[in-house]
Every structure is written in C-alpha cells, then in structure tokens.
Design a protein. Structure first.
Length: 306
C-alpha cells in the first residue's frame, strides 16, 4: 500500500512508479536504490540531480475538484440557457408579429346574417381545388348529399368577401342565369380566419375551361350566348318590386369574361364572381357601399357593359 509515487531505478529510460490512492502520482519522486560502501554518497548525488531536473520541469497541478465541477456546470447550463432564451424570444415575436397587410379587423360584421345560418351545423367536406383567383381559391365540397362550391378568401381580402356577399344578399339576385348563393361563413380565429362563400357547384366549370377541351356546335353556341345575355341583362335591370323581395337595383358586374361564366349540364350560362360588382341605388353613389378596387380594370369592364 504505497501512497507516494517513487521511482527507484538508477538511470531509467522511462521513469516508472506504482502507487495507490487519489492523485497519488501528482508528485513524482526519483530515489534510486544504491548498494555498496559508496551508497550514501551516490544517494546524495541522485537527490541533487533529481532536484535539478525538477527545477527544469513544469509540473501540472490539476484544479481543485470543486472548481472543475463549477466549470462543468457553467459550460453545460450556458448553451441550454441561451437556447431557452432564443426560443422564448422567437415565440414572443411570433405572437406579436404584424400581419403582412397591416391591421385586419376580424370582428363580427353588423350586416345581416347569411340566409342559411344553420349551414355551420351541417357536415361540409372540402374535396379538391377547382380554381384559383386573385382573391382566393374555389373548392369542390360536399354538403350532406350534394356537391357545392366553396370560395375561400384569406382574412386580408375581407373587403372583397364582404362586397361579394353583399351583392349575393341583394334583393332579386335569385335568377337561373346568376350563380345560386347558399351561405357565407367565417372559419377559424384571428389571423387564421378564412372567409367562405358557399354557392351551387357546376361540374362543367367555366366557359373558358370548357372551350379549351370541347368544340360546340351552332345550337350550343347560340344557347350559351343567349343565356349569358339573359343573365347580364337581368343583372343590369332596375326592378322596383322583384318577386316580393323588394327593390332590386341595377348592378354592374365590372369583371365580365368567359372565366366568370359557369356552365350547367345543359350548357346554360351562369354569371359568377361578383367581387368587383357595384349596385346603383337611388341617392347613393356606387362607391358608397363597396371598397376600393382596381380603377383601371373596373372602368374597362364598366364601359364594356354600358
């Protein structure tokens, strides 16, 4: 049981010692065993040479155990603390970030509720995207046992959703050549809000898409043109008392094109997409009840319908 590290060979190539205990080799001693009559003198010479060597050596003394443990704890906690602060900062910035289009009011509208307030209680399943436009996308969906179209607006385009909803809710908008309106809804909360317009679904799609893949004969062409003209004429008409619903004002579509004309199974035309439409009501400028739109595009379509 040796507590000290002592090498006893006289002139070794490699110093070796054997000891037991914690840090027993922290201090190394070279004391060669000397025998014979000259032993004491040689022993003194060996000690002197050993002391000279010690003066030339840099002896490493390990830090106290407590200081080493403190360093380990500090080095371990620092990256964990920095990572936690970074995560908290990122979460705070996410919660307080500004919306890309400025402040958006998603509070409840003072306007009347949609005509089908119970639609949210019925199972509605989105099936596939049928079209994408400047204000959102149109889905084919299933409501109970029938297919419907769901036009979904992001919350940043709330004004467009509100304008089209107001046109659909105008008295006298039920016509065989105008898209049938079913309901309007808000889905989600805050910036995750989606604004839905639910309408009838027409499997043949728009006139643009249909003509890309089909050739129509003369009778079909006349039927499409006639029903399309009926819808546009009815939309422009001012009717003082329409089917017991009240006054139907004249409405300008302002975005009339083949992409906004849907086709029924018998190729009857149906006008759709009233996001830029305006009503002409007595005593009110057309812009009073609608948000700002692209003036150049609106003026072009407005003139084309006069």
């Amino acid at each position: 049981d040796r507590q000290e590290c002592v090498a006893t060979e006289e002139n070794p190539q490699v110093y070796f010692c054997c000891c037991e205990g914690n840090f027993c080799n922290e201090k190394f001693t070279h004391l060669p065993e000397v025998t014979g009559p000259e032993g004491p003198g040689k022993r003194r010479m060996a000690l002197k040479r050993y002391e000279e060597r010690l003066q030339k050596l840099v002896v490493y003394e390990p830090p106290p155990p407590n200081a080493s443990l403190l360093h380990v704890v500090v080095y371990s906690l620092f990256p964990m603390t920095a990572l936690s602060i970074a995560i908290l900062l990122a979460f705070w910035m996410y919660r307080h970030r500004k919306p890309p289009y400025g402040h958006v009011d998603v509070s409840e509208d003072p306007s009347p509720p949609p005509p089908s307030p119970m639609i949210g209680l019925k199972p509605l399943q989105l099936l596939e995207v049928k079209a994408r436009g400047r204000f959102g996308c149109v889905w084919k969906a299933q409501l109970m046992n029938e297919f419907v179209a769901v036009k979904i607006f992001p919350v940043q385009d709330k004004q467009s959703w509100q304008s089209e909803k107001d046109i659909f809710n105008t008295a006298g908008m039920k016509h065989e050549n105008l898209l049938q309106f079913i309901a309007a809804e808000k889905r989600g909360t805050n910036l995750e809000t989606e604004l839905w317009l639910i309408t009838a679904f027409h499997d043949k799609g728009s006139l643009t898409d249909y003509l890309k893949g089909n050739v129509v004969n003369w009778n079909e062409l006349c039927h499409v043109a006639e029903t399309m003209a009926h819808g546009l004429s009815y939309l422009h008409e001012d009717i003082p008392w329409c089917k017991g619903e009240g006054h139907k004002p004249a409405i300008a579509h302002r975005d009339f094109k083949s992409k906004n004309v849907l086709l029924k199974n018998d190729l009857t035309a149906v006008l759709a997409d009233f996001g830029l439409a305006v009503r002409f009501e007595p005593g009110k400028p057309p812009g009073d009840t609608h948000g700002q739109v692209n003036l150049q595009v609106s003026l072009y379509y407005f003139i084309s319908q006069i």
